[in-house]
Design a protein around this ligand. Sequence first.
Ligand code: ATP
Length: 497
Amino acid sequence: MSEGLKKKMSRYLDAGFPILYINSFEEEKVDALISSLKDGREVVEWNGARGLVDFETKAPLSLGGGLADVLELFLSREELEGKILVLRDIHKGLESPEVTARLKNIAGLIGQGADAAVILVSQVVVIPPELEKYITILEMDYLSIPEIHSLVEDFVRENGFPPVKGRLAEEFAVALKGLSEFEIRNVLALAYAREGELSRRDLELIFEQKQQTIKKAGILEMVHSKESLEDIGGLDSLKGWLKRKAKVFHHIEEAEEFGVDKPKGVLVAGLPGCGKSLSAKAIARLFEVPLLRLDMGRLMGKYVGESEANMRKAVSLAEAISPCVLWIDELEKAFAGIGSQGVGAEVTTRLFGYFLTWLQEKESLTFVVATANDVTKLPPELMRKGRFDEIFYIGLPKPEERRRIFEIHIRKRRPGDEGKLDMERLARETEGFSGADIEGVVKEGVESAFAEGKGSLETGDILKAARETSSLKEMMGDSLEGLMKEYEKRKYKNAAG
Ligand code: ATP
């Protein structure tokens, strides 16, 4: 049982917080938690699928009517006194104005001192605006490393399996971080069923299970990255900076003892197709940790409170999985509207506040890589020193960088051909091309060389493709230069050096 959540909940109940919303799918764990906190109060459970049920046995209680009717029974203080109403999976029910109105009444009675509470339990957080100020969201805590160790030990003992010891036990505990108790037991059962013992090969199984969990949560995506720093042409200043951070990341205890701060993260701003995503992937490879991508578009829910709950969930999952790289893509999508008016803007502002505080105070080894096309619209608080370790911008590649990007992409498709090509000329004649543009013309050139039956790629094939391509600079015109000037004025670091 997670002691942190128990303590928190007990405090909220004592303080008369009227509605607690537990965001969890672990039914048994939540039940155990509620039982341990009921303190003589009677628990009445309504279940979205089965209606009114006995809290202990889950047997349906034959009482006619829907949720709104049941709630009506508790609209007087005498009836409500000494009750805990557990409402499970009722997110659909919350769409009914009758249900929300009655819950509001009940919350009001608790606010006036009735010894009672409403506990909503669901995997999805949906909060109707009318109830927003009465609801407190609680997340099930993830297990800590010592808790995971004891869970594995219990499991092994209960089943009479050979125990796991030493370094392997450590690796398992780290790998199992971020999974629920239920999932850990499942994955252990599967691993033992396969081979009768736990071996290093089972780490892969855990990884798959973790991917599933992350997918189920729906906001984070685990990205498999094959790209390394060698796949990035240019951006030498960014690369050098990252190598230094990687050293700290890999020797965090010694580094902290020495007085070095824990790496927080980096903000990389840049034009489309200039290698931001590529950099995020290469960072995870360099740090040798999983890469979790947070989709800001998906995070913004349609209900009040939902986006914050999603953000909290994403952040706690990432922390549970840490050490990891948390890649926040298209940062401006979420935070560009700050400071404007309206309900939507209010939600964004709160979300932003939460994110800032987390960024500032986080203790875990969750290295944040935030990427954005245009950061001039982002709130200045986010760009202040201390939030991110550094802010880089990526401009269009210079001739030398273009040459290296050509080399990388030609070598990928036609290893050996780059020695036969006039690389200097390619670099010279592709002014204004982004990395993605260069990749595109190499692709085109290789295809036409093949179509024309040539034995190898020739400089002319690529130049022809380049002439037929509108470069990023042509597409963006003056806005591009303006943006670069603005970044320089703000003293962001040029990733190219
Ligand atoms: P967007 O804002 O559109 O997501 P991005 O900056 O994230 O763009 P990437 O996805 O990193 O762009 O780049 C697209 C592709 O272009 C990469 O997969 C890579 O093949 C190529 N590319 C871009 N920059 C470079 C570079 N510096 N070196 C090598 N390849 C590059």
